[in-house]
Design a protein around this ligand. Structure first.
Ligand code: PHE
Length: 469
């Protein structure tokens, strides 16, 4: 990360030459939360939960967050802080100091590629949110039936030109911030906007309670019915835990490199996990009562929030105002996540290829944007095109579905697995004890998790899915 782009460069007396540190523990939490809380929580969590039958899936997802996500987040942050540089160079630095195999920096490379692929479709969905600001502001949801609101959504998807326009705008927003390095301002904005988003979600949950189906939604989300859970569902739950916490692509490593030494990695990581999970569960509680009250399909897929929330905004008092605000806040949440997806690519181009920040942002942004066109076309002209459909578990998956599947369910868990193996088996234990500064039993708990539990769990889920494919 170049100095100009140092996130909330507070105290400049940082330990590494010219690198600012986060001004406080709160600043780190804000930035990490800005990356973690995004479309994954509000758009993806409800729809994958709906597609995978509810309660049992949610339970596995929560387990994955606590037993795999949190320990890996701690590992990423500690590696970043120890290395004190960009992910690739942090890994290189640690491997050099400890005479380890330098190929470990490939973890950073996975991150660059995954970020690139994720951002290409993430920006398309971000574009949906941009488009819905206008729809909400002009009162088009007011008093509409579920069918009419469903039609607004399907009309949007059927129109590649409009989708392209909003995708372009979203990508431009992300590129602007990455190119100019004005992250500091944006991340400070997060401290106001995230709580605002939280409050608005609460307002929708309040509305959802009046639909008469709140109880049914609660049992759908929290009463596990294991007969509904498939092997593939477990993989999706695992993949989503990585996706929603921004793990497995070295984002938290990059952010950790700015964390002052005296701040507890465990406590801050727990805070980020709790906030992220809270937002996702709240989104679920907002959406599913509306789904049941209107006879909609929980497994409706990626359009779920765009077909349900507008119904709530169409019926509640001052719904147009709330709806407009909600989609604006959703854009902000997606924006801060989008920035953290593009940043590693740009940083890598700067460091490895010696390009300037502007050129690398323009180059990487353009390629991401162009790839996004394939996702746009998957929603309409190419909706019947399933390039890898002959592989059992990929049947019927469009390019958009495949990009989502490979990044979230394969690349991120793989990246996370490598981080766990690096921390659990390669890196010096003493260095990690120093960084984490935990009590002996707590350190051991963490250590056993990254050394054994995480690799075995991720490995088992992978193998089962391969066998079943
Ligand atoms: N965590 C973000 C979300 O939930 C997405 C993301 C994934 C961001 C990986 C950065 C890295 O929307």
């Amino acid at each position: 990360m170049s100095e100009s782009n140092a996130p909330i460069a507070g105290a400049m007396e940082g330990s590494n030459a010219n690198r600012g540190l986060w001004s406080s523990r709160f600043a780190f939490i804000l930035a990490a939360t800005g990356s973690a809380v995004g479309l994954g929580n509000i758009w993806k969590f409800p729809y994958v939960t709906g597609e995978n039958g509810g309660g049992a899936f949610v339970l596995v997802y929560l387990l994955c967050i606590a037993a795999i996500g949190l320990p890996i987040m701690m590992a990423e942050v500690l590696i970043g802080r120890r290395g004190g540089r960009s992910p690739v160079n942090s890994l290189r630095q640690i491997t050099k100091q400890q005479n380890l195999n330098p190929s470990w920096r490939l973890v950073g490379a996975i991150g660059v590629i995954a970020g690139f692929l994720i951002l290409s479709f993430y920006s398309v969905i971000g574009g949906w949110a941009v488009s819905y600001v206008g729809t909400a502001a002009t009162g088009q949801f007011t008093g509409q039936s579920a069918d009419a609101i469903g039609a607004i959504f399907s009309d949007l998807l059927a129109d590649p030109t409009t989708l392209l326009m909003w995708h372009t705008l979203f990508m431009a927003l992300v590129m602007l911030v990455v190119a100019k390095g004005v992250r500091a301002g944006l991340e400070r904005a997060v401290s106001i906007l995230m709580p605002a988003l939280f409050l608005l979600l609460l307002a929708v949950v309040g509305y959802a309670m009046t639909t008469g189906e709140f109880g049914r939604a609660v049992s759908f989300l929290f009463q596990p019915d294991f007969s509904k859970l498939t092997t593939a569902g477990v993989l999706v739950a695992l993949g989503h835990a990585f996706f929603t916490l921004s793990l497995g692509m070295a984002v938290m490593m990059a952010y950790g490199s700015y964390l002052p030494k005296n701040i507890s990695i465990a406590k801050t990581s727990i805070a980020v996990c709790v906030i992220d999970t809270g937002v996702a569960l709240l989104a679920g509680l907002a959406i599913f009562p509306i789904v049941f009250a209107n006879g909609l399909e929980p497994g409706a897929g990626p359009g779920l929030i765009f077909q349900t929330l507008p119904l709530a905004f169409g019926q509640m008092p001052m719904g147009s105002l709330f709806g407009t605000l909600f989609f604006i806040l959703l854009i902000f949440a997606a924006w801060t996540s989008g920035i953290s997806l593009l940043e590693p690519i740009v940083e890598w181009l700067e460091e490895q290829k010696g390009m300037t920040r502007i050129t690398s942002t323009l180059g990487a942004g353009f390629v991401c944007w162009a790839l996004g066109i394939a996702s746009i076309l998957s929603l309409n002209l190419w909706s019947g095109f399933a390039p890898l459909g002959w592989i059992g578990m990929l049947e019927g998956k469009t390019i958009f579905d495949l990009l989502d599947f490979f990044t979230a369910n394969i690349m991120l868990p793989l990246g996370g697995l490598l981080v766990a193996v690096f921390a659990g088996w390669i890196m010096s234990r003493k260095a990690m004890e120093e960084e984490l500064a935990l009590s002996k039993p707590m350190f051991n708990l963490w250590f056993v998790t990254v050394r054994f539990i995480t690799p075995v769990a991720v490995g088992t889920v992978f193998v089962y899915n391969l066998v079943g494919a």
